[in-house]
Design a protein around this ligand. Structure first.
Ligand SMILES: [Zn+2]
Ligand SMILES: [Zn+2]
Length: 411
């Protein structure tokens, strides 16, 4: 989830909208998880390799087991050995190089939204193709890949409009497979994206959250010449600031309570960094009074009710508040402020078709500050619990990269 700078650790466990697929878990409005607690979703497990037949079946040389970071209860993630899944038809087994910890992982694993002990989280991953299931074309073992969006129906109105996150059939397409905080992860062949050669696996693992940030910018309608405020400088907020600066949009004002994330926002090029307490809010009897420094567009990336409400109060006439960060507490907006100033509030959920391509292209731009956005040093699977707390408390400002093949123990 965007904006872990303001993640609360007291959120109650939430159930999950049915049909939220693996690729959407990070930013699902309520910490979406349809995870199965099955350690191995391999339908072919135990089947002699010859019997798989078809094109592209390469299963030799795989280990039997792999380490996986398994959710036990809120705040407790333990590493255990699990069977290496075997790819079924249309699937690819990926050996994981890096997997970023998403704000939604903090909600899932630390706040307990995951609900079901036994799941393995992690969706922001890179790796290399380790094995191909029957009928898979277009990939070769060893290919460097980036985990992409989950396939959707491809036939409904929203899919045909290029908005698969809004698939009207998504309740019927449920991805129960485990995530990439493990040695290997299964993916649909069609969901993988090639890793551009100029990007390291660490850099490319930013593609998914950057695609989320870029989509928020698109949904907000912000244009060059507009003033823009980014509320929450957690991973999605920080990526949003960097993307706005890269596109020459601004000035960008960042709002963030945490010192490290405030500094990151400055380093990324925010023209001004405010504390949330600095924001003016207005009572219902002053619907037309504008905040000092009111902006055309606010990107709300924290998911907090108070931040959504404060962000709404920072809009100029005709302005737009884009809700990028998801939370469970419902904001309230003054309808007269809404009406009299012709304000807009839009939601932004994951990304459209092409979102990964746009993100990878921006990451490959040498001027994009990838190194500022990623915490130095990889975290082993054993270090995930500690990193979750560091992210929730804002001690870790950048994206934390987990490297499952790194030797155990915290960094
Ligand atoms: Zn994510
Ligand atoms: Zn669809």
């Amino acid at each position: 989830m965007p904006g872990t700078s303001t993640t609360t650790t007291s959120a109650p466990p939430r159930s999950v909208p049915p049909g939220v697929a693996k690729g959407d878990r990070r930013d699902a409005p309520e910490g979406g998880s349809t995870y199965s607690d099955a350690g191995c979703s391999a339908p072919t497990d135990g089947v002699p390799e010859r019997a798989l037949g078809g094109r592209g079946v390469v299963l030799s040389g795989l280990p039997d087991t792999m380490p996986a970071a398994v959710y036990r209860r809120p705040g407790v993630v333990e590493v255990e050995q699990r069977p290496v899944p075997r790819p079924g038809p249309g699937e690819v087994l990926v050996e994981v190089d890096h997997c970023g910890i998403c704000g939604s992982d903090v909600h899932l694993l630390l706040d307990g939204w995951a609900g079901r002990p036994g799941l393995v989280a992690g969706h922001e991953y890179t790796g290399s193709v380790a094995a191909l299931g029957p009928g898979v074309d277009g990939w070769t073992t060893g290919d460097p890949v980036v985990g992409g969006p989950s396939p959707r129906c491809g036939r409904c109105r929203r899919c045909l409009e290029g908005k698969p996150s809004q698939c009207e059939q998504q309740g019927s397409i449920v991805d129960n497979s485990d995530g990439a905080f493990a040695g290997f992860v299964l993916a649909r062949a069609a969901s993988l994206v090639p890793r551009p050669p100029q990007l390291t696996s660490r850099q490319a693992a930013l593609a998914e959250p950057l695609a989320v940030a870029l989509h928020g910018i698109t949904r907000s309608g912000v244009a060059p010449g507009d003033s823009v405020m980014v509320v929450g400088a957690g991973p999605i907020g920080a990526l949003s600031i960097a993307a706005l600066v890269a596109r020459g949009i601004g000035p960008v004002v960042a709002v963030e309570p945490g010192g490290r994330r405030q500094q990151l926002a400055r380093d990324l090029g925010a023209a001004e960094v405010l504390h949330p307490d600095d924001l003016q809010t207005f009572p219902a009897w002053e619907p037309e009074r504008m905040a000092e420094g009111a902006v055309h567009v606010v990107l709300e990336c924290s998911g907090r009710k108070s931040a959504m409400e404060a962000g709404f109060n920072q809009l100029r006439r005709g302005g737009t508040l884009a809700l990028v960060g998801a939370g469970v507490d419902q904001p309230s907006f003054d309808p007269n402020r809404f009406i009299l100033n012709e304000l807009s509030v839009v939601g932004s959920f994951v990304y459209d078709d092409g979102g990964f391509g746009d993100a990878l292209a921006l990451l490959a731009d040498p001027s994009f500050p990838t190194d500022l956005l990623i915490e130095a040093g990889d975290v082993a699977l054993e270090g995930i619990s500690e990193a979750l707390v560091g992210l929730a408390e804002g001690r870790l400002a950048g994206k934390v990269m987990v490297a499952p093949r790194r030797a155990g123990g915290p960094r």
